[in-house]
Every structure is written in structure tokens, then in C-alpha cells.
Write a protein that binds this ligand. Sequence first.
Ligand SMILES: [Zn+2]
Length: 167
Amino acid sequence: MTKPHEVGGDIESYCTKCRTDTAHVIVALLEEKAKRVVCNICNGEHNYRVPKAQRAAIKAAKKKKAAAKRKTTTRRRRVVPKTPAEQAAADASSVEEWTAKLREITEAEIVDYKLDGIYHQKDLIQHPTFGLGFIEEVQRHRAHVVFLESKKLLICQDAKKNLASAE
Ligand SMILES: [Zn+2]
């Protein structure tokens, strides 16, 4: 905490005549800050100037701040690649368009979604709540399904388990 500036008070300032930081006496204030100062060395009166040493410190701090800012701005956000079905969902503006785009990707017939249904990658399902969905991936008894509005994990029959029990 520095003491408030006052007329007649001492202050360190850069002196344009001495060309260095010297002790000064404040002769005028502006908004509670030293405005005009008189150099103790050369007796020259001039506007208060931030001491060179202080200015260098401020400059260094600014530089550091700018460098830190650059670092954060250059750090790129990880881009998650979209699957064809997700891209189609993002591009489609209507259910018809979405359906058409999906039919381009897969030849599968649209089947009604059932809990005990067996699904495969690229299958198309019709869900009572979410509508048309594209099976992106099947993991045992769970199917990753891309719907027009969202991506869901639905329960389905484990195809492999089913196959094993059939043997
Ligand atoms: Zn001076």
C-alpha cells in the first residue's frame, strides 16, 4: 500500500533532463495522482513520468500476460469427428431429408425398435419416442443409435449371446 500522493511529497519519477529515475517533489496533483514534479537533482519541473524501472516491470508483466493469452487462444478445441449418420442428422432439416440421407448410407429396411430385437451396425430402426434411428454401433446388449435430434444408447438383444445359446 503506497501512501497517497500529496503536493510537497516525495516521489520517484523518470527525469527527462537527468535521463534516469530520480527523487522528485510533487508540485501539482491531478485526480489525486502526481501530475507535475520537480527533480531533486536538476531542479527541473516536468510532468510526472512513471520511473523507468517501474515501466519495465509493467511492460514485462504485459508481455507475460499477452504470452499467456496467446497460449490459450492457440490451444485448439478437440474436434470430435462426426459419423456419417451424425453428419446426416446435423445436415438434415426435416425428417424426410434425414430419412433420405440415411437410406443413402444403408440399404437396410426400417424395423420397429424392440427391447428384445437383434440389431446390427447400419440398421435403421423406428423408435416410438425418438423416431427414426441409425444403428451406429452394437455393443453386446446395447446399441448406439443416432436419432435426428439426439444420440441414444438403447437396450437390445445380445446377438452373440443369442447365437451362443442357439448352438
Ligand atoms: Zn532531473
